[in-house]
Ligand binder design. Structure first.
Ligand code: DOR
Ligand code: ZN
Length: 431
């Protein structure tokens, strides 16, 4: 029998509102007790004195690149980077090669994950074949194979008729549709946020309105169909407002925001660093403030990394030619801890946005430290200071805007299914 005792930490469990000093006992993959002063009884002890103990993080939005682009990342390296960042479950997007638009690809991903990944992996299947935005995928066969949601992420479904049908069918399989909301005709050639920064840098602008317009359309279609619409990587005040109003009138819409859209503005691109290029782009300070406020008031339900690895040679080109995206697993926690330090979120609220809420959106068994729940746990040292070096990280790629940045807060230990899979002093331990 495997037994781990996490001793003396500040236990944060948004599921039951618990925020108190406790011990947590894990046995055979399950949480068996959360209590003051649990006896050791031969358990492996993790000393959590001065630490936070929380349900493992659940990432709604990642790119693991396998099958097909294993030079950027694969399910093994992505899974290792995930647990090093405190993520015990990750949902991986369908823009692989081949695209995950067929149950055989979903099967393959799950098979690989079982063998290679210390984190649990939940495939998101494509909503349309080949991500072309034209013909719907076979949703029920994909759900039977293990898909937990549908998304053409990376591409926008521009055809409103197709999006309507995708949403309609998603209600039959009762799975969310995650929209990459950027109206392509408004994005045009844009590579940075349209505004003073794009003008100054002489780079084509991608207007905030490209997102707001598209979120608005998708919300109207979700309202028409009664489907669960999930808005990926919200970056604008306009989209936040649309989501807030829709929620108030009962539309089933949820939304996520990335650490980079919470922490950085388009000013980060001043030096033309291609590791500040992503889709949607970094926005102005008013958009960032709106996203932070919306995360605090719950309009934005969850934090998702949009971990998007790209190889060095792909990013070492001129700004307009570089692929969009940055890695995010191993920097997410310290970056978003800033919201707690600035009193914008309580620690319990932060854990709910990283774990409980994304688990609820995906409908997966995670996000809680309740007795009987799967033993997926993260131990956090909130005040630990360190310097981030992507070369020392677990991802195959290094495309991070935080290369060399001073960080406060780190993951001390990650447990998946009752097994210690990461410890800061020992690295990734399994599989
Ligand atoms: O920045 C991004 N990178 N946004 C996306 O939507 C796709 C992703 C990728 O696959 O690299
Ligand atoms: Zn996207």
């Amino acid at each position: 029998m495997s037994r781990i005792l996490i001793r003396g930490g500040r236990v944060l469990d948004p599921g039951c509102g618990r925020d108190e000093r406790c011990d947590v006992l894990l046995e055979d993959g399950v949480i068996v007790a959360v209590d003051a002063a649990i006896e050791t009884r031969g358990a492996e002890v993790i000393d959590a004195e001065g630490c936070w103990v929380a349900p493992g993080f659940v990432d709604l939005h990642t790119h693991l690149r396998e099958p097909g682009q294993e030079y950027k990342e694969d399910i093994a390296s992505g899974g290792r980077a995930a647990v090093a960042g405190g993520f015990t479950s990750v949902a991986c997007m369908a823009n692989t090669q081949p695209v995950n638009d067929d149950p055989a690809v979903t099967d393959f991903i799950l098979d690989r994950a079982r063998q290679d990944s210390p984190a649990r992996v939940y495939p998101v299947a494509a909503a349309t074949k080949g991500l072309k935005g034209e013909v719907m995928t076979e949703m029920s066969a994909l759900v039977d194979a293990g898909a937990v949601a549908f998304s053409d992420d990376g591409k926008t479904i521009m055809d409103s008729g197709v999006m309507r049908r995708v949403l309609e069918y998603s209600t039959l399989v009762q799975r969310p549709v995650m929209t990459h909301a950027e109206d392509r005709t408004l994005v045009a050639e844009g590579v940075v946020n349209e505004g003073p920064v794009s003008t100054r840098l002489g780079l084509p602008g991608n207007p905030a309105m490209a997102e707001t317009v598209h979120v608005s359309r998708d919300i109207m279609l979700a309202e028409l169909t009664g489907a669960h619409l999930h808005v990926a990587h919200v970056s604008t005040a306009g989209a936040v407002q649309q989501i807030r109003e829709a929620r108030a009138r009962g539309v089933h819409v949820t939304a996520e925001v990335t650490p980079h859209h919470l922490a950085l503005t388009d000013e980060a691109t001043a030096g033309y660093d291609t590791n500040t290029k992503m889709a949607p782009p970094l926005r102005g300070s008013e958009d960032v403030a709106a996203c932070r406020a919306a995360l605090a008031d719950g309009t934005l339900d969850a934090i998702a990394t949009d971990h998007a690895p790209h190889a060095l040679h792909e990013k070492e080109v001129e700004f307009t030619a570089a692929p969009p995206g940055i890695i995010g697993f191993e920097t997410a926690l310290p970056v978003v801890l800033d919201l707690v330090r600035k009193d914008e979120l309580t620690p319990l609220e932060l854990v709910s946005r990283l774990s409980t809420e994304p688990a609820r959106i995906l409908r997966v068994p995670a996000g809680t430290l309740a007795v009987g729940a799967p033993a997926d746990v993260v131990v956090i040292e909130p005040d630990h200071e360190w310097v981030y070096d992507p070369a020392k990280g677990h991802s195959k790629s290094r495309n991070s805007p935080w290369d060399g940045a001073r960080m406060t807060g780190r993951v001390l230990a990650t447990v998946v299914a009752g097994k210690l899979v990461f410890h800061a002093d020992r690295g990734v331990l399994a599989p």
